[in-house]
Unconditional design. Structure first.
Length: 278
């Protein structure tokens, strides 16, 4: 055998024996409509269903917590467990829909007159810091007032801004986040779904980047809210590449519609076709 051919054969055998690990996406989705101690919401579990349907198209590993499952302790436990699976080649996503306060998210057992039962951004930062994933993202459709007391959070905001996590939130610290009057989602999730399913892909490369999803959702939400009129401006924090891939559709077809989502209307659960993609 020619020595050069022999070397090539050996190299081929070597590379064929190396296991090439596929990139995985790990998602923890939390939606809370019925709270234990504070006022309820309407379309939060529908928001989770919408987001999960999109991520399922990408074979994501999805763990969902709703209602009474979404206590402070259980969310922390679940995020630690799921995100521990990730390698540097993977992505992890935390999606939240529910009440928020100036400094974090309201878990199911959030107390009415204190921040007990709330998950602060600092707690989220610690969870992500211990995660090896190469891409780390938070999407949150959360109202930052909801009758809850305000908290000074400038130090928390600065801490988050220096972390390697993309926090994409539905409104500024002093704004509330709208639910669409007739559903099926919160205003932010409604346009997030559109953007992730291709509407945000302005350069037509079939990759939804961090800057593309922010620019699309921010413009749509603020424009729609201003017609009410209402001030709602999605905001993005963190230390990350603006061109970071949020969702890659190159090997898949864009979703034309989401099958159904679960909504809540006067306590009755219904099934409804998502109108934004039909």
């Amino acid at each position: 055998m020619n020595p050069l051919k022999g070397i090539i054969v050996l190299l081929l055998l070597l590379f064929s024996s190396i296991e090439i690990k596929a990139q995985n996406t790990y998602v923890v989705s939390v939606g809370i409509a019925d709270y234990q101690n504070i006022n309820d919401l309407t379309f939060t579990e529908a928001d989770v269903a919408t987001f999960n349907q999109i991520m399922a198209q990408h074979d994501a590993d999805i763990t969902t917590l709703t209602g009474i499952q979404a206590t402070h302790a259980n969310i922390l436990k679940t995020v630690r467990s799921v995100f521990a699976k990730a390698t540097p080649a993977d992505a992890v996503i935390f999606f939240f829909s529910g009440h928020g306060y100036e400094g974090g998210f309201c878990c199911y057992d959030m107390q009415a007159n204190s921040h007990l039962g709330g998950m602060s951004y600092q707690e989220m930062q610690i969870l992500f810091r211990n995660c090896r994933a190469g891409r780390k993202m938070v999407f949150a459709d959360a109202c930052f007032s909801g009758g809850l007391s305000k908290q000074r959070t400038q130090l928390q905001v600065q801490a988050v801004s220096n972390n390697d996590v993309m926090f994409f939130l539905s409104s500024r610290l002093d704004e509330t986040s709208l639910e669409l009057p007739q559903g099926p989602n919160g205003l932010y999730t409604y346009f997030l779904a559109q953007g992730l399913c291709g509407a945000a892909d302005v350069n037509n490369d079939r990759i939804i980047s961090a800057s593309e999803i922010y620019n699309f959702v921010s413009a749509k939400v603020s424009s729609w809210a201003s017609q009410i009129p209402h001030n709602q401006h999605p905001t993005i924090w963190g230390k990350f590449d603006q061109g970071m891939s949020v969702l890659d559709w190159r090997q898949r077809k864009y979703l034309k519609k989401l099958d159904v989502v679960i909504v809540k209307n006067n306590g009755v659960r219904q099934r409804r076709v998502h109108p934004s993609l039909t």
